[in-house]
Design a protein around this ligand. Structure first.
Ligand code: FAD
Ligand code: DHB
Length: 392
C-alpha cells in the first residue's frame, strides 16, 4: 500500500471536482483528484450547454475564462413554442443578464488543461475508491491503479463523483434524507455539425412531446426530443429523429432546419433528486453527488458551480484564517439554492412536456400556465431570473 497525504482529496473529475481543484490550487491548498474513468472518456460525454453568469465568473476566477470568452455565445433570451406560435422571453430586458452557450465538454477540457499546466495531481482510472474515517480529522481515501493499492490521508474529502459515485453511499443511511421524483419520459439528444436553426434556443411544447433546439457553437447544433423510457438509441436512426423533430417544429423553424449525420446520440432519463445534508463529518458532497435536476432548465452544471463557489470559499477561509464558519454553513447555504433550482427545473419540466395519461384538468392547467406566462411580464421575469441564475 503506497501512502500519501494531501489537504483535500477530491473524488471525481467532472466539472465539480475540476473546478474545486483549480480554485483551491490557486489559493495554495493541496488537492489530489481521483477519477475512475480515462481523460478521453470524461471528455467524450456530451452533457450541459448553458452557463449562468455566476458559473462564468467562477470559471474566470479559476483562470479558465480565455477560450470561453472567445468562443462562448452570449444569449439574451430563449423562445418557447406552444400551439405553433413562438414566444420570446427576453432575459436581457427583464433582468439585465444573459447566459453563455459553452458546452460542458469545453469547460471540462479547459479545467483539465489548467490542472495539467499547474502540475497539480490528478489520477485517471483510479479504481475502487473507498472513503473511511470521515468522522475523524484524518479521513482516508483508498483506491487502486494498475493493480497497486494507494491510501491518501487528508483533512477533508470533497465528494464530486456524480449521482452514481461512492461518496454519497459512504454516508450512513440514517444520517441522510433523500427526496426524489422520477419522470415518466427521457430526452433523446443528438449532436450534429450543422448551423443551428435559430440564433436562440427554442423550447417546444407539442402534442407529440417536448422538443428543444439548442447548440454548442455557430456550426454545431444540439437537438432533443422527449422519448419514452423504454426506447433505446438503436430505435432512433437519424432519419427517424429528423422526421419526428420536423413534426414538432413550427413551419418557419422547419424551413431553417439543417439536417446531417449525428456525431453523438444518447438518451437521458429525467429525475429530480436531493440528498440532505450535503456534509457528513469531514466529507462534503458537491454537484450531482448530492442533487439531480431534470435538464429542462439547464441547471445541473450551474448548480454544481454554485456548490463549488460555497465550498471553495469555506475551505479557503478554513486554511487562511482557521475559520470553520463557512464549512459549517455549507450544507444550509448550498441546499437553499439547490431547492430553488429544483423547483424551477421541475416547473419547466411540468409546463413543457406531455405526460402519459394526463387528465383533462392537467392539460388545461398546463395551457393556462403557458398562456399566463406569455401574457404577463411578471411571470416572464420570474422565468428569466431563474434561468439566468439566482445570486450566490
Ligand atoms: P459529473 O459530471 O457526473 O462528474 C462526476 C465524475 O466523477 C465523473 O467523471 C465520474 O466518472 C467520476 N466518478 C464517479 N464515481 C467515481 C468513483 N467511485 N471514483 C472516482 N471517480 C468517480 N445539465 C444541464 O444543465 N444540461 C444538460 O443538457 C444536461 N444533460 C445531461 C445529460 C446526461 C446524460 C447527464 C448524466 C447529465 C446531464 N446534465 C445536464 C447534468 C450535468 O451534466 C451535471 O449536472 C454535471 O455534469 C454535474 O457535474 P459533477 O461534476 O457534479 O458530476
Ligand atoms: C441544453 C440542455 C438543456 O437542458 C437546456 O435547458 C438548454 C440547453 C443543451 O444541452 O444544449
Amino acid at each position: 500500500m503506497k501512502k500519501t497525504r494531501t489537504q483535500v482529496a477530491i473524488i471525481g473529475a467532472g466539472p465539480s471536482g475540476l473546478l474545486l481543484g483549480q480554485l483551491l490550487h490557486r489559493a495554495g491548498i493541496d488537492t489530489i483528484i481521483l477519477e475512475q474513468r480515462s481523460k478521453d472518456y470524461v471528455l467524450g460525454r456530451i452533457r450541459a450547454g448553458v452557463l449562468e453568469q455566476g458559473a462564468v465568473a467562477l470559471l474566470e476566477e479559476a483562470g479558465c475564462g480565455a477560450r470561453m470568452r472567445q468562443e462562448g455565445l452570449v444569449h439574451e433570451g430563449i423562445e418557447i413554442a406552444f400551439r405553433g406560435v413562438r414566444h420570446r422571453i427576453d432575459f436581457k430586458a427583464l433582468t439585465g443578464k444573459t447566459v453563455l452557450v459553452y458546452g460542458q465538454t469545453e469547460v471540462t477540457r479547459d479545467l483539465m488543461e489548467a490542472r495539467e499546466t499547474a502540475g497539480a495531481p490528478i489520477v485517471y482510472e483510479a479504481l475502487n475508491a473507498s472513503i473511511s474515517d470521515i468522522e475523524t480529522n484524518r479521513p482516508r481515501v483508498r483506491y487502486s491503479k494498475d493493480d497497486v493499492e494507494y491510501e491518501i490521508e487528508c483533512d477533508y474529502v470533497a465528494g464530486c463523483d456524480g449521482f452514481h459515485g461512492v461518496s454519497r453511499q459512504t454516508i450512513p443511511e440514517d444520517a441522510m434524507r433523500t427526496y426524489e421524483r422520477v419522470y415518466p419520459f427521457g430526452w433523446l439528444g443528438i449532436l450534429v455539425d450543422k448551423t443551428p436553426l435559430s440564433d436562440e434556443l427554442i423550447y417546444v411544447n407539442h402534442p407529440r412531446g417536448f422538443a428543444l433546439c439548442s447548440m454548442r457553437s455557430a456550426t454545431r447544433s444540439r437537438y432533443y426530443l422527449q422519448c419514452r423510457l423504454d426506447e433505446e438509441v438503436s430505435d432512433w436512426p437519424d432519419e427517424k429523429f429528423w422526421d419526428e423533430l420536423g413534426r414538432r417544429l413550427d413551419s418557419e423553424a422547419l424551413k431553417q432546419l439543417q439536417k446531417g449525420p449525428s456525431i453523438e446520440k444518447s438518451i437521458a432519463p429525467l429525475r429530480s433528486f436531493v440528498a440532505e445534508p450535503m456534509r457528513f463529518g469531514n466529507l462534503f458532497l458537491v454537484g450531482d453527488a448530492a442533487h439531480i435536476v431534470p435538464p429542462t432548465g439547464a441547471k445541473g452544471l450551474n448548480l454544481a458551480a454554485s456548490d463549488v463557489a460555497y465550498l471553495s470559499r469555506a475551505l479557503i477561509a478554513r486554511y487562511g484564517s482557521n475559520s470553520m464558519a463557512g464549512l459549517d454553513a455549507y450544507p444550509q447555504r448550498a441546499l437553499a439554492r439547490v431547492w430553488k433550482a429544483e423547483r424551477f427545473s421541475w416547473w419547466m419540466t411540468q409546463i413543457l412536456h406531455r405526460f402519459p395519461e394526463p387528465s383533462g384538468f392537467d392539460e388545461q392547467i398546463q395551457a393556462a400556465e403557458l398562456e399566463y406566462l406569455f401574457s404577463s411580464k411578471a411571470a416572464q421575469t420570474a422565468l428569466a431570473e431563474n434561468y439566468v441564475g439566482l445570486p450566490y
